[in-house]
Design a protein around this ligand. Structure first.
Ligand code: PMP
Ligand code: GLU
Length: 399
């Protein structure tokens, strides 16, 4: 029996990936599972991006890449940030990593000391808390619920900040709730942050393009009061349906970019040459593919909200971005299933729905929000219809 380090022993496994793995195993065993657990676009990567990758192979882009990424890609990202988001980051301030998750891990490892506090509004994506803990930091959770559309207020933020606060991690559009902060809501938070100049603002903007009618995406980097201490996390996974290519980046103050480059130079080196060339094509090529996928997600959003509202025990918000629905499901707690099991929490409910309805979803507790479940609607209309029909039948059987 080998000894495992304390830092890994105390780390929780990624629940989103674990649930997806479980659903893949059931599928392999012949069970017809509909997977609404993992959040990734169900579309193939657009053709022109695949062609760029093929060309990179042909052109022998097969050598080690610069640690921070090819300069051509960093220039393309710098131009994208200026043109699409209205924020200025020189290519030297951008470090490309193996996905946005890696970029986020880099930022946290490079900036958080043991004992530092990091404010995380919840519900929050599974990796934020664990990465902060891995760095020895203390996650300070600022809880929200469906009544505030899962958004923190300025008063809540002001209360969470202490002299130990090193950073805050914001995510809009949000995983897991789909909520999108308006310009005014962000401005109110920025007003509080402006009074605490030592707090780094980490803005996870990976879902910026998956935004629905009426919503406006505002990058936290656009507020002059915090611009010099804002780190933007983004990547190609969601906007360009490239989750498996593993390209993400952080755009940050120059000294943090240098620190991350040193860290990445020891831990992983530069990201894949072929994937970087593909990402460059994503940023510099035609953008219609992004809008086509966005439209499909919006149509599905409308569909799932309607189907979820027809389920008596579900309380739902209307997500204005990302591709998740986050119903409150506590009406089912205390009920008994035909097989005799009692549903005491959302984890029991998710397991019941997986085993009985063969639909995989994630327990809200994984996002620090017990009482909710997360459903990803990044799957076909047929799958969604069938999933909801199975879910309603299984829930109706509880009494
Ligand atoms: N941030 C959020 C909010 C996410 O949902 C994801 C996808 N799991 C990531 C970051 C990481 O994305 P990537 O595939 O680029 O690592
Ligand atoms: N964004 C996805 C999710 O939350 C990917 C899985 C992960 O990396 O956690 O389901």
């Amino acid at each position: 029996m080998q000894t495992i380090s304390n830092r890994v022993e105390s780390l929780s496994a990624s629940q989103t990936l674990a649930m997806s793995q479980k659903s893949a195993e059931l599928k392999a065993a012949g069970i017809d599972v509909i997977n609404l657990s993992v959040g990734e676009p169900d579309f193939p990567t657009p053709e022109h991006i695949k062609v760029a990758a093929e060309k990179a192979i042909e052109d022998n882009f097969s050598f080690y890449t610069p640690v921070a990424g090819y300069m051509s890609l960093r220039k393309a990202i710098s131009a994208k940030l200026r043109n699409e988001n209205g924020v200025e980051f020189a290519p030297e301030q951008i470090v490309v990593g193996n996905g946005a998750k890696h970029a986020l891990a880099n930022v946290i490892m490079a900036t958080v000391n043991p004992g530092d506090e990091v404010i995380i509004p919840t519900p929050a994506w599974v990796s934020y808390i664990e990465l902060v803990k891995l760095a020895g930091g203390i996650p300070v959770l600022a809880a929200t619920d469906i009544t505030s559309d899962f958004k923190i207020s300025a008063a809540q933020l002001a209360e969470a900040v202490t002299e130990k606060t090193r950073a805050i991690i914001m995510c809009s559009p949000s995983n897991p709730t789909g909520s999108v902060y308006s310009r005014e809501e962000l401005q109110a938070l920025v007003y509080v942050l402006a009074q605490h100049p030592g707090v780094l603002v980490i803005a996870d903007e990976i879902y910026e393009h998956i935004l629905y009618t009426g919503g406006e995406f505002v990058s936290l980097g656009t507020f002059p009061q915090i611009k010099d201490r804002t780190v933007i996390i983004n990547g190609v996974s969601k906007a360009y349906a490239m989750t498996g290519w593993r390209i993400g980046y952080c755009a940050c103050p120059p000294e943090i970019a240098k620190a991350i480059t040193k860290l990445q130079g020891q831990m992983t080196s530069g990201a894949s040459s072929i994937a970087q060339k593909a990402a460059e094509a994503a940023y510099t090529g035609p953008q219609e593919c992004v809008e086509e996928m966005r439209k499909a997600f919006e149509r599905r959003r409308d569909m799932v909200v309607e189907m979820a509202r027809a389920i008596p025990g579900f309380k739902v918000n209307v997500p204005n971005g990302a591709f998740y629905l986050f119903p409150e499901v506590s009406a089912y707690f205390g009920k008994t299933a035909p097989d005799g099991r009692t549903i005491t929490n959302a984890s029991d409910l998710a397991i019941y729905l997986l085993e009985v309805a063969h639909v995989a979803m994630v327990d809200g507790a994984a996002f620090s929000a017990p009482g909710y479940i997360r459903m990803s609607y990044a799957t076909s209309d047929d799958n969604l219809r069938e999933a909801f029909s199975r879910i309603s039948k299984a829930l109706a059987a509880l009494c």
